[in-house]
Design a binder for this molecule. Structure first.
Ligand SMILES: Nc1ncnc2c1ncn2[C@@H]1O[C@H](COP(=O)(O)OP(=O)(O)OP(=O)(O)O)[C@@H](O)[C@H]1O
Ligand SMILES: [Mg+2]
Length: 342
């Protein structure tokens, strides 16, 4: 059967799905089946996140291939929000790990509860002493001491950090590894085992495998290049600035009830602003803020005065505000035209 026709129609061919799933890590229960990319689109939209086709496709494929998604793109385009919305839509707990320089295993995977270990050894001091004193030689006393060591390095004394917590969720979870580019390369290397097998090894306990593979999203602002090994294990998704139509849908979702003509003007204006040579282009988050400001000010027509007074909501550098200032009249006029006002 020629499946090349069927694949772009949103549905992964069943035999292809099976082949891919067979290669997936063993002992992992796959999450409930999504039949089409449109299901992702509808689910995320219902959760308030308006995805484009690439985003919905990436989430659909990640679900079926049980692969993490590496989301890259400029600030404020909805990378972190995507993970939150996937969790809300799939009704799964969101476990977020914010990356930073110096993040290591003890902060991300697990730590021993030293305080509890100390407290318990204090409480059991006499008991331990009397058991050991019954030994007739040093070797036997040491054996007994080792046995106590095993008790104190058991699951009860382990404090799970985000990565382990995500693997241990009985019904699965969405694991957000946010801003991975801020962590060190060593940490990236350490993540590889977890991301390929959904399992971790704790030397004193053994390996712990996820009962249900978490949905993993990593985000990056590309402040440094990520390693090839990490990229290979992930589906890559670039989120750029949305086109006019998508941005209007996003604003409608985030600022419900906004007047249709005001929305059209705002979006047309911001899209023009993004064609200028600026230090920092306004992102979706800025358009949302600007829309809220306009609603607050009861603005219905964008004129040069109101735009100039509020430009600092969109642009974060004085040099950019000055550069855009020269074009305000033309851009405002075009925005009004788009909304059928001028
Ligand atoms: N497609 C979208 N649908 C709905 N809301 C969106 C969408 N894209 C962005 N947003 C909104 O834009 C804002 C910024 O999103 P978010 O914090 O996810 O950005 P980010 O890409 O993670 O930025 P940073 O790189 O600075 O962390 C949020 O309030 C989010 O709700
Ligand atoms: Mg973010």
């Amino acid at each position: 059967m020629d499946t090349s026709e069927a694949f772009p129609q949103n549905v992964l061919p069943p035999d292809e799905t099976k082949r891919l799933m067979d290669n997936a890590p063993s002992k992992i229960t796959p999450a409930p089946t999504l039949k089409a990319i449109d299901d992702v689109d509808a689910g995320l939209t219902a959760a308030g996140y308006i995805p484009n086709r690439q985003i919905a496709t990436a989430v659909y494929l990640a679900h079926h291939l049980q692969k993490p998604i590496l989301v890259e793109g400029p600030a404020g385009v909805g990378k972190t929000e995507l993970a939150k919305s996937v969790a809300a839509w799939m009704n799964l707990p969101l476990i977020r790990m914010q990356c930073y320089e110096g993040l290591d295993e003890s902060k991300s995977l697990y730590e021993w509860k030293y305080g509890k270990q100390l407290l318990y050894t204090q409480i059991l001091k006499d008991k331990i002493g009397s058991v050991i004193s019954e030994s007739d030689n040093l070797a036997r006393a040491l054996d007994k001491l080792h046995a106590f060591g095993d008790i104190f390095f058991s699951r009860n004394f382990l404090e799970p950090r985000p990565l382990l917590r995500a693997l241990e969720q009985p019904s699965g979870a969405v694991l957000l590894i946010d801003e991975i580019d801020k962590s060190d390369q060593e940490f990236e290397a350490f993540l590889l085992e977890i991301l390929s097998d959904y399992q971790v090894s704790v030397p004193e306990i053994g390996s712990i495998q996820a009962a249900v593979a978490p949905v993993v999203l990593l985000t990056s602002n590309s402040t440094r290049d990520l390693g090839d090994a990490l990229k290979r294990r992930c589906l890559h998704l670039h989120i750029g600035f949305p086109d006019e139509k998508l941005e209007a849908r996003i604003i409608s979702s985030r600022v419900p009830g906004i007047d249709e003509r005001l929305l059209r003007q705002l979006v047309t204006f911001v899209q023009q602003l993004r064609t200028l040579d600026l230090k920092k282009l306004p992102s979706v988050s800025e358009t949302i803020d600007w829309a809220k400001v306009m609603v607050l000010l009861h603005t219905s027509v964008l004129d040069v005065t109101v735009v100039r007074d509020t430009l600092n909501v969109l642009l974060k550098f004085e040099a950019d505000i000055e550069a855009a200032g020269k074009q305000l009249a033309a851009m405002t006029h075009k925005a009004q035209q788009a909304a059928g006002i001028a």
